[in-house]
Design a protein. Structure first.
Length: 163
């Protein structure tokens, strides 16, 4: 009779989890130390239906990438609000009403997940990302001093998991 259990699988093996607070996001114009948190990329494929007599079969349609939410700290210097607005202005300048070319406002963004000693254990490259929404959040007289943050949503054309 064949052995169904592998002894290496049932006994303790070394396991080092990735943890949420070990990452660096690189984006031209936004200092990495301003990034408080970000969502990792998520692909989504359309489901298509093929009708045939009394049955349905399914196949994959186009694959899209969900938008990515990034939360930034907004220090006095360097201003996080100014960095975000400079990126937005590359696509739309509100004073003049001018819109920019894709080559101006689309950027590549890199997310590196780090191991316990600072080594890169995962790298995502987000190609052709641009800001779809920016929220400069609220100010509050009754707050006892929490840091001001900015939330922005970017939409990549596609994402590549390098490793």
């Amino acid at each position: 009779m064949a052995d169904l259990l592998n002894s290496n699988e049932i006994f303790f093996t070394t396991f080092e989890p990735k943890v949420k607070n070990r990452f660096i996001l690189y984006c031209d114009g936004i200092p990495s130390f301003l990034v408080k948190k970000c969502k990792r990329p998520s692909p989504k494929s359309e489901k298509k239906t093929l009708d045939h007599i009394n049955i349905q079969r399914y196949y994959k349609g186009k694959t899209t990438w969900d938008d990515i939410t990034i939360e930034l700290y907004d220090p006095i210097v360097p201003s996080g609000a100014q960095a975000v607005m400079e990126w937005i202005r590359l696509g739309h300048e509100s004073v003049t009403g001018r819109d920019g070319y894709q080559d101006f406002y689309k950027k590549d963004v890199t997310i590196n997940v780090l191991g316990p000693v600072g080594d890169k254990v995962e790298e995502w490259t987000l190609k052709g990302a641009f800001i779809t929404e920016a929220t400069f959040n609220e100010l509050d007289w009754s707050n006892d001093g929490d840091a001001v943050t900015i939330s922005m949503t970017i939409q990549p054309d596609y994402c590549i998991l390098q490793y």
